[in-house]
Design a protein around this ligand. Structure first.
Ligand SMILES: [Zn+2]
Length: 286
């Protein structure tokens, strides 16, 4: 599943290749890809047609295309395997092409939503006064957002009776930090995933937030991380940041700081990777 840096790479691609173009026609090739658009595929196509697409926006892992001259946006759900590709019109259809968007210009490219497992899709939503699709109004800002409020985040950590990795993945508190980057940030901060947030002092919380920002910015710098061979960015290139991960996926390999074999633990239907020496379990959890 793509994380924030991958989604940002897609957003940048859309900004470059799609912004300012006017939709000529929309072809929905699989009804599941528009199932979140409750009025159906024909309505989805009709409401996009003739509208100019604005600059692609992102909050956390959510990506949307504002429609100029309306208060609505097209929300893209990449799901497990969704891809937004800008392809020359004469490129043969991908096997799992679900939605095609053509444009009223002579650039010769079209936008394609391709999704093998069809967990993803596109849907049109009204915007909130802030310009967010209304269905994601509850999603907190992400740590790469210049308007992210660090102090409010630290205060929320102190007040909540939760553990640090749960807090990092709580989209109403901080968005866009997925499982992989949470493990990386916790390893860098030498924090165990089950550490109660109330026990983090402000400097430690600030250090953790700084590491989360760093690891995501580093991933962005190399074009996102690919953990799923199905993931490619808007131009069809796979990310390659996974080669430089320190924690995620490294079970049994030596910790890059102390040499202790890294461990993996089942955690909320996912996995947590950590160094048992650098990231000591809190007493209550051990
Ligand atoms: Zn270690």
């Amino acid at each position: 599943m793509p994380e924030l840096p991958e989604v940002e790479v897609v957003r940048r691609g859309l900004e470059r290749w799609v912004a300012g173009r006017t939709v000529a026609d929309v072809e929905v090739l699989h009804p599941r890809a528009v199932r979140r658009h409750l009025a159906g595929g024909d309505d989805f196509a009709a409401r996009l047609k003739g509208h100019r697409i604005g600059v692609a926006q992102r909050r956390g892992k959510y990506l949307w295309l504002p429609l100029a001259d309306t208060d609505a946006s097209v929300l893209g759900h990449l799901g497990m395997s969704g891809q937004l590709l800008v392809q020359p019109q004469d490129t043969p259809d991908e096997k799992h092409l679900r939605i095609r968007v053509g444009f009223q210009d002579e650039l010769g490219t079209e936008l394609r939503f391709v999704d093998q497992r069809t967990f993803g899709g596109l849907s049109l939503h009204d915007n909130t006064p802030d310009g967010l699709p209304d269905v994601i109004a509850h999603i907190a800002r992400d740590p790469l957002d210049p308007a992210f409020d660090d102090e409010a985040f630290f205060a929320a950590l102190r007040l909540r009776r939760t553990t640090v990795k749960r807090a990092l993945l709580d989209q109403s508190l901080i968005s866009g930090v997925g499982n992989i980057y949470a493990d990386e940030a916790l390893w860098r901060a030498r924090l165990h995933y089950d550490r109660p947030t109330a026990t983090l002092n402000r400097p430690k919380a600030a250090e953790l937030l700084g590491h989360a920002r760093d690891v995501m910015n580093e991933a962005l710098a190399v074009g996102g991380t690919s953990f799923d061979s199905l993931y490619v960015n808007v131009n069809g290139e796979s990310g390659y940041f996974e080669r430089s991960l320190d924690a995620y996926g490294r079970e049994g390999e030596p910790c890059r700081r102390c040499g202790t074999p890294m461990r993996r633990r089942a955690w909320m239907n996912r996995s947590s990777y950590f160094c048992p020496r650098c990231q000591r379990a809190p007493r209550s959890a051990s």
